[in-house]
Design a protein around this ligand. Structure first.
Ligand SMILES: [Zn+2]
Length: 91
């Protein structure tokens, strides 16, 4: 399978993120733990596969967010991100 077939703009994760967070998460800013670049979540690259979704840095490809939904439970792994900034006016 070609990874390019599954890759989407991070804004495509908006619906999934809205199921979890009560605000527009694609407007939050993530700092990459790999290259240190700060980008909007909506500017990350989304990869969807059977186990869940992965958002990667558009610059260095580091995995910033992993989201799985198993047995009625969301599991989020933010370990690739050094900082998540959420403005108070993006609700
Ligand atoms: Zn990066």
């Amino acid at each position: 399978m070609n990874d390019g077939d599954l890759r989407l703009d991070g804004n495509a994760a908006g619906g999934l993120l809205n199921e979890i967070f009560p605000f527009e998460m694609t407007a939050a800013e993530a700092t990459c733990g790999g290259c240190g670049t700060m980008r909007l979540i909506g500017e990350l690259m989304l990869y969807r596969h059977g186990m869940g979704s992965i958002l990667r840095c558009a610059g260095c490809d580091t995995v910033l967010i992993r989201i799985t939904h198993i047995r009625g439970c969301y599991r989020l792994d933010f370990s690739g991100m050094s900082c998540l900034q959420i403005a108070t006016d993006i609700h």
